[in-house]
Design a protein around this ligand. Structure first.
Ligand SMILES: Cc1cc2nc3c(=O)[nH]c(=O)nc-3n(C[C@H](O)[C@H](O)[C@H](O)COP(=O)(O)O)c2cc1C
Length: 213
């Protein structure tokens, strides 16, 4: 399986990026292929008004590497790890721009929109977040948005790993050991139990059956 990490911190040696790399390392230890990209190397401009921005053939006129990232890496990934610092109780602007600009490729004006739509669904997703503050509610808007983003794309948000730290690499000293949590999640990325019940979902009531004997 292919796992792509999209790191959105402007710092290359970022806390959220370290957490994402730990997920990748866990996945790589199970034989999966992994890659981490830095959004600051890739995405230089926010979404504009597509009506005036699209070229005559329906493609995006923003000249950066976003299209390459989406068409060559995002679509083919089986799982995507989104890494973001907590900025003002939300995700980084870079990650928000990455999500916003997907719009240009799924809208019917884009020539290959059908193909993009087909390939954009059915992924496993993980979010890694680093923040200075530790109270749970500080990151709730990020978790809520990514949950809805995954739901819209018929994808499964299988895990959120949060590390507390401020200076570069400081999540390493977080006593809750988020780097270990991230690595562990990476090892179970495709086996991780994901459930989202409805009233009529058949279920036994036992979540973790005890092996006989
Ligand atoms: C613009 C900006 C806004 C921030 N806002 C918050 C915040 O609302 N709450 C918080 O706990 N930390 C906040 N921080 C601190 C970062 O979340 C923290 O340093 C984090 O570890 C950075 O992650 P990174 O190394 O992945 O960039 C902010 C930092 C910056 C630069």
């Amino acid at each position: 399986m292919k796992i792509l990490a999209v790191s959105s911190s402007p710092r290359k040696d970022s806390n959220s990026g370290l957490l994402a790399q730990a997920v990748l390392d866990g996945a790589a230890s199970r034989g999966h292929s992994t890659e981490l990209v830095h959004l600051t190397d890739t995405v230089t401009a926010p979404l504009r008004d597509c009506r005036s921005c699209r070229q005559d053939d329906g493609t995006c006129s923003i000249e950066d590497n976003y299209e390459q990232l989406v068409l060559q890496k995002v679509l083919s990934a089986d799982a995507i790890v989104f890494a973001t610092p907590l900025y003002w109780y939300g995700m980084s602007g870079q990650l928000k721009i990455f999500i916003d600009r997907l719009f240009c490729y799924i809208k019917s004006d884009y020539p290959d929109c059908e193909s993009v739509r087909e390939q954009l669904v059915g992924k496993r997703m993980v979010v890694t977040i680093s923040s200075e503050e530790s109270y749970p509610g500080a990151v709730s808007s990020i978790v809520a948005q990514m949950q809805e983003f995954a739901r819209y794309l018929h994808s499964d948000l299988v895990g959120v790993v949060r590390g507390i730290g401020n200076t570069r690499g400081e999540v390493e000293h977080d006593p809750s050991r988020p780097l270990d949590q991230a690595h562990d999640l990476g090892t179970r990325l495709f086996e991780e139990r994901y459930t989202d019940y409805r009233i009529d979902t058949p279920r036994s009531g036992v979540v973790w059956p005890v092996p006989l004997g």
